[in-house]
Design a protein around this ligand. Structure first.
Ligand SMILES: [Zn+2]
Length: 135
């Protein structure tokens, strides 16, 4: 089971994530963090989905290649979090729902790399990543 703890994010991403959730809330969008850190074994499990295991393909990253796998000195320090808007307590997975654009705009205002942006190479609407340049 992947972590949902903000404490398992990169130290620079933690305050950005908290601010993201706060700004979403202020805009009337409840943002539920679904994944922060994911271990290498969990990443490989996910990679197998849609390839050697049933289900849709959800990632192109193997263990160690995802921003969710990042560590600093052996401790989780994920460089990305995944998030979904909830409506009436239920996740809204349909990325056409307007709340996704609200979240994306807020994330980009905070300087995060949103994989749902129009020119994203690999579309992954829930994924917000720490920009390059952070150590
Ligand atoms: Zn992600």
């Amino acid at each position: 089971m992947a972590s949902r703890k903000i404490e398992d994010l990169h130290p620079d991403l933690q305050p950005l994530c908290r601010e993201f959730v706060r700004r979403c809330e202020a805009a009337g969008v409840t943002a539920l963090i679904t994944t922060t850190y994911r271990s290498g074994a969990e990443q490989d499990e996910l990679y197998a989905q849609g390839r050697t295991k049933p289900g849709p393909r959800v990632t192109n990253a193997r263990a160690g290649q995802s921003a969710h796998n990042a560590m600093i000195q052996g401790k989780p320090a994920a460089r990305a979090f995944d998030v979904v808007p909830t409506i009436g307590g239920k996740p809204m997975w349909d990325a056409k729902h307007p709340h996704w654009q609200v979240m994306g705009k807020i994330g980009m205002e905070l300087g995060l790399n949103w994989y749902g942006r129009p020119n994203a190479q690999f579309k992954e609407f829930p994924h917000f990543e720490l920009a390059k340049g952070y150590q």
